[in-house]
Design a protein around this ligand. Structure first.
Ligand code: FAD
Length: 432
């Protein structure tokens, strides 16, 4: 019989808590991965970069396990169907996996664990992708934090070396189940390879002067580009936090805490995936002009920083954080388009798409989230450009025609007028 480790968004063989615990049992451990058709069927693009990324990472794990005469058993199915096959294939006594906090994942895990327990199979799950999860950090009155600064202060206070201890797996890999099965082709999953590149995992040089470089989108190495690795667990959060503390980069450490903050928020307030955290904001009468939305998506608004960001996103699957804030604010405030449209577009395009961070940051930009920017603070895209891309290096990279009136559109809205319109609409909607 075997013990199963179910890989999901923890795609690594080092410092992986559930995998470590599974390997410690002493029964041969069979790793599995399920390409969940419920998720895959919803993807709009057959060359979706996230699918290529996951595929390559699982394949790399599969290749590494050869040394131990093991392999990842891959399934491509509805999750419960896949589990029926897994039980027939491996007759497991127990199943191990790491926690996932998104609403879909919680529902899936609930269903799968109930099914497995019904079959007399034990289920064990562990914290792995964050340092503090769910309600591990709550206010003195027992309620969840909704404001970042006190959450972050408590987070820093509570942290001990024990929280950052890594799970040393290497010696345990001898306990992998002996198994051999060819790895499927990407085309067998119904997908083709993306043309986009993926960032590497080098970050130590970046975080040394992160505080000074993080806001300038022209600097390719101004930020770590680790977000996709954090999304799919190809790097350990404990390792990153350790380095952030060792290299004394508090600014970067705080960014990692933002990530946990939004995961905690989504876990406590799952309705925020499609409702404003501050419910009064659901009354805003969005204009939702489709042509303007399309101009925004394509990077043709006539505002060079907004357009550069959207083109970077469309081409590479990444956008710099400063520019994400500017394009999001522009969509919600200047164009008065529902933040959910923007959130959905980012969800389709971002390699690092993370529901908690995306929803949280979109609501921050729209002013409707917990601890959001006040609605009357409206980014001026021209001033943002002067401040954060003063030599226009980023803009020239993505919008080379920005200075040519024959090739580059006039601004689709005039800043001052759009600002006044947004203030009026927000104020009216929030009056009662
Ligand atoms: P770094 O600056 O090197 O930061 C390190 C890590 O800290 C990031 O990889 C990320 O995990 C975390 N982090 C940094 N900033 C934030 C933040 N504001 N909120 C939460 N976590 C943060 N991030 C995502 O991972 N997925 C998303 O879907 C996503 N959507 C966003 C949508 C909008 C409108 C905005 C304004 C921001 C969004 N972010 C999202 C946050 C942020 O822009 C990215 O995490 C960051 O740009 C990734 O680049 P990096 O890895 O180089 O970040």
């Amino acid at each position: 019989r075997t013990v199963i480790h179910w890989f999901r968004r923890d795609l690594r063989l080092s410092d992986n808590s559930a995998l470590y615990k599974a390997l410690s049992v002493g029964t041969p451990v069979q790793p599995i991965f399920i390409f969940d058709t419920q998720i895959l069927n919803k993807l709009a693009d057959r060359d979706d970069a996230r699918v290529t990324f996951i595929y390559e990472e699982v394949k790399a794990i599969h290749a590494s396990l050869k040394k131990y005469h093991g392999a990842v058993a891959v399934y491509h199915d509805d999750v419960l169907h896949a589990w029926r096959k897994i039980i027939t294939d491996f007759n497991p006594v127990a199943v191990y996996y790491n926690h996932d906090y998104e609403p879909y994942a919680l529902e899936r895990d609930e269903k799968v664990s109930a099914f497995l327990r019904d079959q007399q199979i034990a289920v064990y799950s562990f914290k792995d992708q964050v340092i503090f999860e769910r309600d591990e950090l709550i206010k003195a009155d027992g309620k969840p934090y909704t404001v970042f600064t006190p959450y972050k202060n408590r987070w820093l206070e509570k942290l001990t070396n024990e929280d950052l201890k890594s799970y040393k797996i290497k010696e345990q890999l001898k306990n992998i189940h002996t198994f051999n099965r060819p790895f499927p082709l990407l085309s067998q999953l119904g997908f083709t390879e993306t043309k986009q590149q993926f960032p590497n995992k080098k970050y130590k040089d970046v975080i040394v002067d992160y505080h000074d470089t993080r806001d300038f989108p022209a600097l390719e190495e101004g930020t770590s580009h680790l977000s996709i690795h954090l999304r799919f667990g190809t790097i350990s959060i404990r390792e990153l936090m350790n380095d952030a503390i060792r290299l004394k980069d508090k600014t970067w450490l705080i960014e990692l805490i933002w990530r946990e903050f939004y995961m905690m928020i989504l876990w406590h307030f799952p309705h925020t995936t499609d409702h404003a955290f501050k419910s009064a904001y659901d009354r805003i009468p969005w204009r939702n002009n489709e042509q303007e939305f399309e101009a925004w998506c394509k990077g043709k608004t006539g505002y060079p920083l907004v357009d550069a960001g959207m083109r970077q996103l469309n081409e590479t699957g990444f956008m710099h954080n400063r520019v994400r804030m500017v394009v999001a604010s522009f969509l919600c405030k200047h164009l008065l388009i529902d933040w959910r449209w923007g959130e959905a577009y980012f969800a389709r395009k971002l390699q690092d798409y993370e529901q908690s961070s995306n929803v949280g940051n979109w609501q921050w930009a729209a002013g409707c989230g917990n601890d959001a920017a006040p609605y009357f603070r409206i980014f001026n895209p021209e001033l943002q450009l002067k401040k954060f891309d003063p030599d226009l290096v980023y803009v020239k990279r993505w919008v080379p025609e920005f200075n040519d009136p024959f090739r580059y559109p006039m601004p689709i809205v005039e800043h001052k007028k759009a600002r006044e319109r947004a203030l009026k609409v927000y104020k009216n909607a929030l009056k009662n």
